[in-house]
Design a protein around this ligand. Structure first.
Ligand SMILES: [Zn+2]
Length: 534
């Protein structure tokens, strides 16, 4: 009897659950049906064959700030001229980007994206792939990871998204009201598109989509929300189009698009949407799985994205990361866009910089394990807080390393290490809040009785407050990131970045013979020092 009761309760529970699911799905469909009606209705939306839009884009990068945790950098303002052929799901965007950061410059290029291939005509970054550099005129095939990011954002911002949702009710589920920005609540649905889930929040009054969220991973802030916020609706040939589109990263606006002109069903010149055959050979479809969306999207904000399957290096040019021995027990991790310096001590290892991602940090950590058996990495010295030189910070903290960081940055790292990172593709979550942090006021000198390693705050410098250079006295070897790229041709006279290095070396009272770089290779210091006074 007891058993029967359990069975009955179980059956009832399943029935209730199934009922709840059905009604959840129905509620989701109701919201989407209302949004389709509010957007112009299925006939008007279904009649859209081409979309042509012109507008302006502004972007800001929070993790390239002058001060750790400080004001975001305004990085660029751009114009876009975009056309989409709905039937073939092909979009072309012509960009003219004017950058303010990290250096004033402009890039004019086009992106063409089909469901299976992506193409960039022109130069779109300072970090150009081998293919881009060897092509004349410059052009390259998009990596699969960039394809995934472009396609995701094209779908998210399309006025036809609600119609696609309406046509795929099995991919919908209502998720209850979501509160944003201190009080406003939106009825919402989850929409599964491939391996992505959009949480679409609707305006309660109009029924239109107001905010479309993905749950992303950011190498600095861990689990983040990335929201497209739609406003300033206009009716174009019976279809509602949001003319203002802002992206919020954890609630902060990092991108704002203002559409100035929309045309529906304007004829498109077919050749504008064609990817040259030569660039189709190595084309790949969108990558699935753990795509580093925030890295791909935001490195483009500042015009330094390397369009490669592997964010750490150009897979078409480099066999991968590797160590170059600079002296006994000193390895320069090179082979990528961003480098680290590894110094062996008596019973442990010190590493300078944790660039790009925990994937790259894991590579360095395993290479250290292979090279210096049983010696743990006890110190990770961060030259500065910028996102591209610290994305592996959690992997080092996870190993038990102490963070050594410049003046005024310790609080920032405490906040970063307290942030949840359940979506980290390279590291299982763990409590990292007790990670020891040494904040360096002007210099850090660490000794094991045999070898010393140093770090010096370079102040003032034009790059980042609290920026440090490293030094290994027994090799007379310095380590520098961003304010000098050793190996790059020197200018005729010191610029503010190089001047800060020379002044910093003098103030530190060190006598480096060579420097290794967080970018680039190694170079003699004397030619740089000789520029002083010129
Ligand atoms: Zn930097």
């Amino acid at each position: 009897m007891k058993r029967f009761t359990y069975l009955l309760v179980g059956v009832l529970a399943i029935a209730v659950l199934a009922g709840a699911c059905a009604s959840t799905q129905q509620r989701g469909l109701d919201l989407v049906t209302r949004a389709v009606q509010a957007s112009g209705g299925p006939v008007a939306l279904g009649g859209v064959k081409t979309i042509s839009e012109k507008g302006t884009v502004k972007q800001w990068e929070p993790e390239q700030s002058a001060v750790a945790g400080g004001e975001m950098r305004f990085s660029n303002e751009s114009t876009i001229d975009a056309v989409t052929d709905v039937a073939t799901r092909t979009t072309r965007i012509d960009w003219v980007r004017t950058y303010h950061y990290p250096a004033p410059r402009s890039f004019t290029y086009s992106e063409i994206v089909t469901p299976t291939a992506g193409h960039v005509a022109g130069v779109d970054s300072n970090a150009r792939t081998k293919q881009s550099q060897e092509s004349n005129p410059p052009a390259h095939t998009m990596s699969g990871v960039r394809m995934a990011a472009v396609q995701r954002e094209l779908l998210r911002s399309s006025p036809l998204l609600v119609l696609e949702m309406f046509k795929n009710p099995a991919n919908l589920s209502a998720v209850g009201d979501i509160s944003v920005g201190g009080g406003v609540t939106h009825p919402a649905v989850d929409y599964r598109a491939g391996d992505q889930i959009f949480t679409v929040m609707f305006d309660r009054a109009t029924g239109l989509p107001a905010r479309i969220r993905t749950l992303d991973y950011d190498s600095v802030w861990g689990d983040v929300t990335y929201d497209l916020v739609l406003s300033d609706w206009q009716t174009v040939d019976g279809v509602r189009v949001a003319m203002t589109r802002k992206y919020e990263l954890n609630g902060r606006v990092v991108m704002e698009t203002k559409i100035s002109q929309v045309r529906l069903n304007a004829p498109l010149a077919a050749d504008r949407l064609v990817i040259p055959a030569a660039y189709l050979a190595d084309a790949r479809g969108p990558a699935a799985g753990s795509v580093p969306y925030q890295w791909i999207i935001r490195r483009q904000f500042i015009g330094v994205y390397l369009d490669s399957e592997q964010p750490s290096y150009d897979t078409k040019a480099s066999p991968g990361l590797r160590f170059v021995e600079l002296g006994p027990g000193v390895q320069h991790q090179v082979g990528g866009t961003h480098h680290s310096l590894v110094v062996e001590m008596k019973d442990h290892v010190v590493v300078y910089d944790a660039p790009v991602s925990d994937w790259q940090a894991n590579w360095v950590l395993s290479a250290v394990r292979a090279k210096y058996l049983r010696k743990p990495v006890k110190y990770i010295v961060l030259t500065h807080h910028h996102m591209d030189h610290v994305g592996g910070i959690r992997a080092y903290a996870n190993e038990g390393a102490t963070i050594v960081t410049g003046k005024g940055t310790a609080e920032h790292w405490k906040r970063v290490l307290a942030a949840p990172y359940t979506r980290n593709p390279d590291l299982a979550p763990k409590d990292l809040t007790r990670t020891p942090i040494i904040e360096v006021a002007d210099k850090w000198i660490h000794t094991d009785g045999q070898r010393e390693v140093h770090a010096y705050v370079i102040s003032p410098n034009p790059h980042a407050e609290g920026l440090m250079i490293g030094y290994v006295p027994d090799l007379k070897l310095g380590y520098v990131t961003d304010v000098w790229n050793p190996g790059a041709p020197l200018p005729d006279r010191l610029n503010p970045n190089l001047a800060s290095v020379v002044a910093g070396v003098k103030k530190a009272g060190i006598a480096p013979a060579k420097f290794a770089g967080g970018h680039g290779g190694t170079a003699d210091y004397a030619p740089l020092a000789a520029l002083e006074g010129k």
